[in-house]
Design a protein. Sequence first.
Lengths: 560, 175
Amino acid sequence: MTETKSITQELMEGERICPVTGLKVQRDAENLIKINAVMAVVSLLIGGIAALLLALTRWEAVHILPADLYYRFLTIHGMNMLVFWIVFFECAGLIFASTIVLNARQVSPKSGYLAFLLMLLGWLTVNYIIFTGNVGEVAVMFTAYVPLKAHPLFYLGYILFAVGALIFCILFFLNVYNAKREGSHSGPVPLFTYGIAAAAVIAVFTLIHGALAFVPVFLWSLGMIENIDASVYRLIFWGFGHPAQQINLTAMVSIWYLLSYLTVGGITPSEKVSRTAFLLYVLFINAGSAHHLLVDPAFGTPWKIFNTSYVIYLAVLASLIHCFAIPASIEIGQRNKGYNKGLFTWLIKAPWGNPAFAAFFISLAIFGFIGGASGVIMGIEQINMRLHNTLAVPGHFHGTVAAGTSLAFMGLTYYVVPLIFRREWLSKFFAVIQPYLFGIGLTIMAISMNTLGRLGVPRRTWETGFLNVPNKEILEMFVGIGGIIAFTGLIIFVLHTVLTLIFGKKLQGSDKPTFPQVAEPSTSKAPISGTLVLALTFFVYLVVMVSINWYWLSRVWEVR
Amino acid sequence: MALQKPQENYWEEKVETSEKLAVTIAVFICAFMFSVMVIWAIVGKQNPPQEAYKIRPSTFLERAIAFIEKYKVGEENGIPIVEAPPNVDQYIVGRMFQWFPILVLKKDQTYRIRISSIDVNHGFSIQPVNMNFQAVPGYEYVLTIKPTERGEFTIVCNEFCGIGHHLMRGKIIVK
């Protein structure tokens, strides 16, 4: 029916029909997705090169960068990875979830382009000043703790970027509202859009905290405000800094659901439970910001415990629910395809040669076993004394944001390029090996960093040779080697994507891409016994790891 | 179903037994972790201190210097070594890029150590026991701490504080 539309007709209407999913793709939405995705990949490249240099510096036998460049590149890495790569990609996701998925149009495309321009300007300003500024003025890290003072342009760029992102969030809500009003979508939104909506709600209060933190600091850096309280800044900054990672988390979980649907036709066992879990994120996950302040002087024990145990565990509960529901949706998809034997045939016979599936599953596993578990442990008020500001902190978030979120985003990109950019991937081989390289590299690196941190090695420190830590050299070597392997995966991803966008075979009209495959959606539920075993295994692992860390805590000096 | 809208009655759909079981266990795990944290806060021996005061950095420095002058017993590379009785509040000052003075403590004695920074944020990290606290300018953090082993302990700064951050160190000697 709709597939027979000619290209001219499509162009006239400013939209086309996706030959694979049957969804309506409107031009402005498509263009906004494209430019955001391109900037995301460019940021990933800059952040990735910095990452390699940092890993080879923390491997102190190699120690490739001098101290000043190390701190400069640490700031470059943090900003480009944690802020630019992720947020650009998420803005693309916001547009996709609120237009194409709902068969709807982009509201006020001009505001969209304006938002993108602001973000681009912020990106240029921040990168320009960190690369060219005086190192004492620009190496302040992603956190930029007051009273460490950065160049005013650093804060200005941060603010411009955040405002642009905030406009995209507002446009997201307007798009959804408009889709309902114009009748292009009725009834409850799909789960993916629901999850992205949760991410967008979190994004709004995150970005407001960003403005509250950075606008006064910007004025302070210009000399217009005399004094900013260091602790108040830490509190408000983390109202931005940590929830910003919860946006990633929520977007990533949404993408996991989407990828289980696209790769194996998976469906969540219960829409009700999965949606409730997203709601728990919205309500409680902002308390994650308290995790950075657990050994701060300015906050009392009741405040710390209320936020980190009572409130955050309602968000942890949400993650534990997804940790069941997502593998379960793979299992349902696979069992519907006939892989019904035993407990794990569905997993063994999964499409491991589909890079989107491999990226998705590796991201899920690393996020749970390394990122999530270490985060829960680190967030325990007392145990935090053993981990605060050690290398275990980046060890934790390279399991969440790098291996989890980034790899999930990479997985989705394997569909975005053929379906949105309409290009055939150049090389199946490089696409297939990429998620494995990236995942294995980060696993080695994150485990080594978590171990080094538990032995007391500090984060963000150029040289730690004075510390007498058992097996330090070997663990540092693994940080370096893991970094090299992960970087190889990253650079393959970036080059392969960029080259495909330029040289890949163009898909015309109703051409269907041949790779990666999109699975037939499942229509019926299936037993989820294998997943139950996997989930229980993970629960046992979590409890054991938490207990071990309590034991280690009990061995240190008494303090109160 | 991630891309399609759910059935209108999705809220009434029954949840499968296996998922119910997984969620129930997850609730118990969360309740368990919550309880341990609260119980440890009451009976545990290692809890983040909660005694803290707002203080002007200059005032903190003055008090620390008075403390150092009164109880100084020596010097190491220009940094004073101080040995004071356990009933006296001890001071450790963080500044770019040094922790001072060097404290001499006795094993199994409880001390009150007041830490703060007089410039930017610093990380107060006692190694190799690996205990970490944040030193924030404008706030004085009182650690009520009992060293349970003898030896020389390095205080590392583990909060980035400037280009010389990796050079910032201090020392505690436990006799």
